[in-house]
Structures are given as C-alpha cells and as structure tokens.
Design a protein around this ligand. Structure first.
Ligand code: KIV
Length: 300
C-alpha cells in the first residue's frame, strides 16, 4: 500500500466512525443556532431508519401506548412496556441520542423509585437519557436523577400524562398568568439540571420567550417555529395513526394507504393463486422426489 492509498483508507475509516450525539453536542447546536431534529421511534426498524436519516434525538415516547398499543391515552403504559420498546430501538440506533419516557407513576411516588426506574431505562433499555413530564412540582426528583448521573429532558406545557388534570387536549399558556407559570416551570427544570426541555402544545410567544431565556435547547411540538428543535410522533409524520391528529402535526406521507393497498394486493394474489410463483418455491431433486414417492407407495 502506498502513502495515498493509506491516506484514502484512513479517510474512509474516519468517515465511517459514528460520532454519537451527546448532551454537549445538543447544547452546542443551540449555541450555533443549528436546529435539532427529534422524532419518536418504538422498534428496531423505526430506530434504524431515524438514525439513517440523520435525526439527532430519538425519543422512545410513551405515545407508544396510543400509536402502537392502541390505548386511549398514555396513562396505562408500564415500565416493562417501555423497556421492551426501548431495547428494540437502541439496537437500531448508533448515532442519535436516545431519550426514553418515564411512564406515568414511575417517578411520582418517591425519588428513590424514580432513580431506580430511570436507571433501568439506561441500563436495561439502552437509553442515553430519560424524559419526565412536569415543572416545579418535580424539580427535586429531576435533581435526584441528574445527581445519579442520568441526563434528564424536561417536558412542560401540555403534558399528556396529566390530560385529566388539564381538562383535555388544550393549548397551554393563553393568559399572562398561565404563560408565567410555564416560564417558571422551565426555569425550575434548568435549575434542577435538565439538558433540554420539550415544549408541547403552547402559545408560540411563550415558547419563544423560554427558548430565549434558558441556556438549554428547547424542542417544540405544537409550540411554533422559534424553539431550538422540533419533535413529531413518527406515526403522525408517516400517516400511520388512524385517529384524529392535532393541527400542529405535519404528515409527510400517508403510509396507511400504501400498506392497505399492498395488503389488498397480497390477499387477492393468495386467493387467486398468483402468489407464490416458482421463484418463491423450493424443489426436491427429481431423483429424491421419485425415491420419496416410491417409499410412500404413491404412484400419482
Ligand atoms: O410520548 C411522546 O411521543 C412525547 C412527544 C409528544 C414529545 O412525549
């Protein structure tokens, strides 16, 4: 190998090394005003595709309760369910930072239980960080998890686990008082040590103020264009969820129609005998087949 071949080999090796996204690289993106892309994934193939597409943060969201498991809301999701999906996603993701949602009641009972459950999502699930819903009221819990060495992402504004307390799916921060509460929640989370905050379904003015005031990146969903990044539920973005999607969702493709069409074609082909063809079929050698028929006394 000559020098230029060695240089070429070195270049190829270097560019194939995956540079993992970290809490520090996300902070740097905010400082450099580079938008952060986050999307949910719930299994190996969606994790793999999100990573291949260059998404920065993959969220194993408890929205899986609705879009994968068919629950009415996120409240029934358990730690065991989160762990199963998180393990599958982490097998597919090499570069993106993986955040796992802490399910309802996995962090509210005590700080000790919250640390234990956050630890399981990291150790067993393969996540890089965890996400908790709430503001000032969970400040001490967030601080305890961060002190245990686990990166925490906050989640304020509309928080789906509190859907009943909030009185339904409603945009937050309409009045000055409501907006001030959300801004104080954001500051409390930053003081507790979060590395980033999701701002969900809130007035764009409030999200813009928070994004300007806090040093950590904000990731918006239904919070306007001024956040440091955006997140969508993958089933919404790909048109795979059959229920009503909120106005803030953008559907990039309607996969449900493509899948339905393919499944109808498959059904028709099986019923009419078109599938499988010879190219999908495995045959015994003529000699072995003849022997088999003889052994069975089958003269056809
Ligand atoms: O569970 C989820 O998908 C989420 C996003 C809506 C941010 O928390």
């Amino acid at each position: 190998m000559n020098i230029s071949q060695i240089k070429q080999k070195w270049y190829e090796m270097e560019s194939s090394i995956v540079k993992k996204v970290t809490t520090l690289s996300l902070l740097k993106m905010k400082e450099e005003k580079k938008k952060i892309v986050m999307i949910t994934a719930y299994d190996y193939p969606t994790g793999l595709l999100a990573d291949k597409a260059g998404v920065d943060v993959v969220l194993v969201g408890d929205s899986l309760g609705m879009v994968v498991l068919g629950y009415e809301n996120t409240l029934p999701v358990t730690m065991d369910e989160m762990l199963t999906f998180c393990k599958a996603v982490s097998r597919g993701v090499k570069r993106a930072f993986i955040v796992a949602d802490m399910p309802f009641m996995s962090y509210q009972v005590s700080k000790e239980e919250a640390i234990r459950n956050a630890g399981r999502l990291i150790k067993e699930g393969g996540a890089d960080g965890v996400k908790l819903e709430g503001g000032i009221e969970i400040k001490d819990t967030v601080e305890a998890i961060v002190q245990a060495g686990i990166p925490v992402m906050g989640h304020i504004g509309f928080t789906p686990q509190s859907v009943h307390k909030l009185g339904g799916y409603k945009a937050q921060g309409r009045s000055c008082d409501e907006a001030l509460k959300i801004i104080r929640d954001a500051q409390a989370l930053v003081d507790a040590g979060v590395f980033s905050i999701v701002l969900e379904f809130m007035m764009s003015e409030v999200a813009e103020l928070i994004t300007r005031k806090v040093k950590v990146p904000t990731i918006g969903i239904g919070a306007g264009q001024y956040c440091d990044g955006q997140v969508l539920v993958i089933h919404d973005a790909l048109g795979l969820y059959d229920r009503v999607t909120p106005r803030f969702v953008k559907q990039y493709v309607k996969l449900s129609e493509i899948i339905l069409d393919a499944l109808q074609k498959y059904s028709n082909e099986v019923r009419s005998g078109i599938f499988p063809e010879d190219k999908h079929t495995f045959h015994m050698s003529e000699e072995e087949y003849k022997k088999l028929l003889e052994a069975l006394g089958d003269d056809r």
